[in-house]
Design a protein around this ligand. Structure first.
Ligand SMILES: NC(=O)c1ccc[n+]([C@@H]2O[C@H](COP(=O)([O-])OP(=O)(O)OC[C@H]3O[C@@H](n4cnc5c(N)ncnc54)[C@H](OP(=O)(O)O)[C@@H]3O)[C@@H](O)[C@H]2O)c1
Length: 279
């Protein structure tokens, strides 16, 4: 298996339309006409956690999905696990590279002949005291979380304009942008996410004339592999509702915003009341 991936990289192939583990014929890949009338959603960072569940929710709604993540093997497994190969494509690569956004767009058009929704979910997060954050760590958050979201959205918007109809962008931010915790110092990822919040506001105005809506979901603490190694339920007390979120609760908000025709520039907190008050 590892030899296979090395071979792919040697030849510069990063984009697979189907899992290479299963031959296309055996998977019953549908023709383009079967899939072209469906909504097509591009979801970055969808090999794990929130992004993977967002993909599952879009597939359940009948949409086509294009998945993304940096680790191709993990991504292939995630795609196969979704069980809908005829409506699932994927592109391995970091969103920090402009080429990844372009590959996502081309894959959607080649495979499904349409583009409708972009969910900018890919991101990393970790806690570190302000004066201990290295320049390399700061660059990593700014590049991976903010610049990556910016570049991917540029590729998507250019393609939507060429397609000649509107679409919808849903960004994933964080409530920590509005409500910091002294005991959980995370200035570097938080400033990168603050840029994503600001980008949501700016683009909602700039792209409205193109019929493109831009919104954001700001999760509180969500049970995902991001928290592996810590007792995630110990954070439950910071929410008025006394628990952490499950990934499906974030997906529900993303699907609402993706389809809410009169909502743009909105940041929807899904945080159990964390920002609103103290219990
Ligand atoms: N979990 C929470 O409590 C929480 C709270 C607020 C906000 N969020 C935000 O929600 C998003 C998803 O988090 P999660 O908890 O689901 O984390 P996760 O389980 O670690 O998943 C992160 C996903 O993003 C991918 N990824 C990371 N950097 C990438 C990059 N530069 N390019 C492409 N893919 C990349 C990862 O795959 P690879 O590693 O293979 O690339 C993985 O698929 C993040 O933006 C996070 O900041 C999470």
């Amino acid at each position: 298996m590892l030899q296979f991936w090395s071979w792919c990289y040697e030849w510069g192939v990063r984009t697979f339309l189907v899992s290479p583990d299963e031959p296309t014929a055996a998977k019953g890949i549908s023709t383009m006409s079967d899939t072209a009338t469906r909504t097509t959603a591009l979801i970055t960072g969808s090999s794990s956690g929130i992004g993977l569940d967002i993909a599952r929710a879009f597939l359940a709604s009948g949409a086509n999905v294009v998945l993304n993540g940096r680790d191709p093997e993990r991504l292939a497994k995630a795609a196969a696990g979704l069980g809908r190969p005829e409506r699932t494509a994927w592109v391995a690569g970091s969103i920090a590279e402009a080429r990844t956004g372009e590959d996502l767009v081309h894959t959607a058009l080649d495979r499904f002949d349409s583009l409708d929704v972009l969910v900018n979910n890919a991101g990393t997060f970790s806690s570190s005291p302000f004066t201990e954050v290295t320049e390399a760590e700061l660059d990593g958050f700014l590049t991976g979380n903010l610049k990556g979201t910016y570049l991917t959205t540029q590729a998507f918007v250019r393609a939507l304009r060429a397609q000649g109809r509107g679409g919808s962008v849903v960004n994933i931010g964080t409530v920590l942008v509005d409500h910091a915790v002294a005991g959980f110092p995370a200035s570097a990822p938080v400033v990168s996410k603050a840029g994503v919040h600001a980008l949501t506001t700016a683009l909602s105005a700039e792209l409205a004339a193109d019929g493109i809506r831009v919104n954001l979901v700001a999760p509180g603490i969500v049970r995902t592999p991001l928290h592996s190694g810590s007792d995630v339920d110990s954070f439950g007390g910071i929410a008025l509702l006394g628990r952490v979120a499950e990934v499906s609760e974030i997906s529900e908000a993303v699907l609402y915003l993706a389809g809410a025709e009169f909502v743009t520039g909105h940041a929807l907190r899904v945080d159990g009341g964390y920002v609103t008050g103290r219990s």
